[in-house]
Design a protein around this ligand. Structure first.
Ligand SMILES: NC(=O)c1ccc[n+]([C@@H]2O[C@H](COP(=O)([O-])OP(=O)(O)OC[C@H]3O[C@@H](n4cnc5c(N)ncnc54)[C@H](OP(=O)(O)O)[C@@H]3O)[C@@H](O)[C@H]2O)c1
Length: 488
């Protein structure tokens, strides 16, 4: 700053000195010429010389005034330029400094998050292995199996206790579709607060495959071997002694506990308080698609975005990314039950499909506008139900309204860091991670919407249980349009 000022003063003084010295020299030279001419001339010539002299004096003063004016205007321009250059320089230096500091902080936090994630993964692997070894050593699981069979026996269903069922399970983390094994295992017994369901349809969610990949280790799965999948629809064949609201023969849809899984099988046990009746108008496949995917869409829209599904409330602009997927296709339909304008992203092949779900405008995610999430009608989003990954905050930020929220369904370390920074800085625009809190009353509500024809489950593909690994591979592939269903 001091250097810039000194430079400025020096330039100004130099400019004034140069100009004044030129004016003085020019004036002196002209006077000398006139004096010599005056001495040479006589009479009328002298008169002409005096006129010339006065004309010269006049033009000299005009020049002098103009010259001084020029000096000031040059100085003014110079100072303006210097000041604005200096401001630009200082501004851009501060900008670079802030950007670098910001990048460093974000980079540091991201790095810490990754280190933390790696550390948690490592610790969790150790704990899982220890836990599994402990269970093996104590024979806890064998004892638990024996007690289940005993419970079935005392419930009087001896045949069921002896029968085996076909199931698909995996024995360790990783392995993808090839890691699935077809097995015959005993039909599980419902405990006091459970129902035993003959599975008619189960739906695979990306989270099922992520659990196998180890994202939730050591919490999920709790033990190996593990029968995956939580979303099922079927018929109740037996109830625990504490179950009052269901009986054998009832058609139901249920969300199994993610710690237990069990859906990729002919039979599964489900908690009575996580099960709802399924009316005859709703097919098993349509119902099985609902629990995780539709409840997630419902939670994002009602709890995070503040959309009222009865159509009341102020109009909101909603963006749904991956609108062709399991969660997305429910999110578009549910959002349109509210007072919303819905923008959606999907692949080119699904544009007409997503429009048919009710989206007001649809972007192909592979185009520049789609990648930038830019609303064709220039809207700013009050909420984004974000079902894909890899979109940075810098892409969301300019598209959000003043208090807009990006609701991230698959939050990674970067989302968590941005979430924390936005909270700490009390930013009006936010990114929020969503972890499904599945509520049975909401599942009941969604089943009723399907029955009334206000919501539909679009089925990407159906597979028999004997081809469960194909369904699994399809889910891992990440290109389903709607839901992937397995039917035993
Ligand atoms: N936090 C929670 O509690 C929770 C609950 C449920 C789901 N989730 C997560 O939410 C995400 C979505 O789940 P889902 O069941 O909807 O997945 P999905 O059914 O597997 O989604 C597949 C769809 O996404 C589309 N897609 C892929 N990349 C896209 C992109 N960049 N832009 C727009 N569309 C894209 C695909 O279209 P193309 O075939 O044309 O590529 C396909 O139609 C998953 O990561 C899941 O784990 C989280």
């Amino acid at each position: 700053m001091v250097l810039v000022l000194l430079n400025f003063v020096f330039s100004a003084v130099t400019a004034i000195t140069n100009l004044l010295s030129r004016l003085i020299l020019t004036a002196t030279a002209c006077l000398l010429v006139l004096v010599i001419q005056a001495l040479k001339l006589s009479g009328g010539a002298m008169k002409v010389a005096i006129e010339q002299l006065s004309a010269f004096a006049e033009s000299f003063f005009v020049s002098l005034v103009e010259g001084i004016g020029n000096i000031f205007s040059t100085l003014f321009d110079l100072s303006k330029e210097r000041i604005s250059n200096s401001a630009d320089a200082i501004g851009s230096a501060l900008g670079v400094l802030m950007e670098q500091t910001g990048n460093s902080v974000v980079g540091l936090l991201n790095g810490l998050a990754l280190v933390f994630e790696g550390f948690v993964g490592m610790v969790s692997t150790i704990i899982t292995d220890l836990w599994n070894n402990l269970m093996d050593a104590t024979g806890y699981e064998r004892e638990r199996e024996r007690s289940c069979v005993y419970k079935l026996k005392i419930s009087g269903n001896r045949n069921m206790a002896r029968k085996l069922m076909h199931a698909v399970q995996y024995n360790s983390y990783g392995g993808g579709a090839a890691g699935l094994k077809h097995v015959e295992v005993p039909i599980p017994a419902p405990s006091k607060d459970e129902v035993l369901i003959k599975v008619e349809a189960a739906s695979i969610n990306p989270f099922d495959c992520k659990i196998q990949a180890g994202v939730a280790r050591p919490i999920l799965p709790r033990k190996f071997p593990f029968i995956p999948v939580n979303d099922v629809a079927g018929e109740v064949v037996e109830v625990g002694s504490g179950i009052k609201n269901f009986k054998a023969g009832d058609k139901v849809v249920s969300m199994l506990k993610s710690t237990g899984g069990g859906g990729l099988a002919e039979f599964c046990v489900a908690k009575g308080n996580r099960t709802v009746p399924r009316p005859p108008e709703v097919s098993a496949a349509e119902a099985a698609g609902l629990p995780i995917a539709a409840l997630t869409a419902h939670m994002a829209l009602t709890q995070f975005a503040g959309v009222k599904l009865d159509g009341s409330g102020p109009e909101k602009n909603i963006l749904v990314t991956a609108a062709s997927g399991g969660v997305g296709h429910y999110a578009v339909q549910l959002a349109k039950l509210g007072n919303t304008h819905v923008t959606a992203t999907c692949g080119a092949r699904n544009i007409e499909f997503v429009k048919s779900l009710g989206a007001d405008e649809v972007l192909d995610y592979k185009t520049p506008d789609g990648a930038a999430l830019r609303s064709p009608s220039g809207r700013k989003y009050d909420a984004v139900v974000h079902g894909t990954t890899g979109i940075p905050w810098s892409t969301f930020e300019p598209n959000l309204s003043e208090n807009g929220k990006a609701i991230d369904l698959s939050p990674g370390p970067r989302t968590m860091v941005t979430f924390a920074l936005k909270k700490l800085t009390c930013s009006k625009k936010q990114i929020v991670p969503l972890l499904l809190d599945a509520k049975v009353e909401n599942l009941d509500y969604l089943v009723k919407l399907v029955k009334e024809g206000k919501l539909k489950t679009v089925i990407d593909s159906k597979y028999p249980l004997s081809k469960a690994e194909d369904a699994w591979a399809k889910s891992i592939d990440g290109h389903a349009t709607g839901k992937i269903i397995v039917e035993p």
